[in-house]
Ligand binder design. Sequence first.
Ligand code: ADP
Ligand code: NA
Length: 340
Amino acid sequence: MKGRIFSGVQPTHTLHLGNYLGAVRNWVRMQKEYECIFCVVDLHAITLWQDPKELTHNIREVTAAFMASGIDVEHGIIFAQSQVRAHAQLAWILNCVARVGWLNRMTQFKEKAGKDRENASVGLYTYPVLMAADILGYKATHVPVGEDQKQHLELARDIAQKFNTDYGVELFPLPEPVIGGPATRVMSLRDGTKKMSKSDPSDYSRIKMTDDADAIALKLRKAKTDTEPLPGPEALDEKGHIKREADEARPEAFNLLSIYAALSDRSLADVVNSFAGKEFSVFKKELTDLAVSVLGPIGSEMQRLLNQPGDIDRVLRQGAERAEAISEPILREVEDTIGF
Ligand code: ADP
Ligand code: NA
């Protein structure tokens, strides 16, 4: 039997190159091997206040990004979390399984809540339990995770295990992480030590999936670099990985080279060899052409889809029906087990 993947993205801002290379593109490639369920996690988004009009737009935009990247809605499922009741219902049940001490150890809450923790929403605190419900509510066997979500997946496994033990059942399978290919961590164009993020205040820090050729060219021209020519093979170890000292000395250079490698599906060693000793101006031109050739068609397809919002809404409705067909019986099984 095929494994089942569940993964989601928050509809908060326009998706960027990091989301594409680190998540969406990998999902597209997993479609053959796995049964895929992709969720626009709008319940997660409202753990921080969202403007209602923007939220509605962003739900459609993330859906368009999935479709334009090559997620096949005939085979896989794309839907919005809020349209399937099982997520919130199962999250409540799992809130009663998870322990306060477990949530207190989640580092992302500490980062996102910042200094004023007392004033964070309760939803932000219990967010990882909702994520556990997303995954377990479909008995997903595999979850593609970035670095930042590893701890949350570990928690989902702990919750599944405790539920099974508490009720003496083998109801939930323990979901396994699937680590993506190269460039699982795309860094900011303005600071090679920070990850490219939707929430970075600088628009020049990221290339958006909707950026046109001019915007991509401008952002790459402005991307931070150093004054040396590009590094050569001496910066890599025998496995082709960047040596730690080299990466620490020139994070921006290696970020751009890694982006080039990921976009062209070539190994980093191969790309480093081709540009060794060249000037950044030369390399950035080639990177721009490459990025435009990959993202350009996706961006215009997104635009085309967004001009037909009714079609996107229909995809989401059909996706929700198919998602419900899987999650409703599982929720009923959980309720039976508990004694409801
Ligand atoms: P952001 O961190 O920009 O707010 P999300 O948290 O919504 O983005 O992440 C959505 C998906 O994209 C996750 O699977 C996450 O691991 C991946 N992702 C986010 N930023 C990056 C990045 N800079 N490099 C690689 N993958 C990323
Ligand atoms: Na994030």
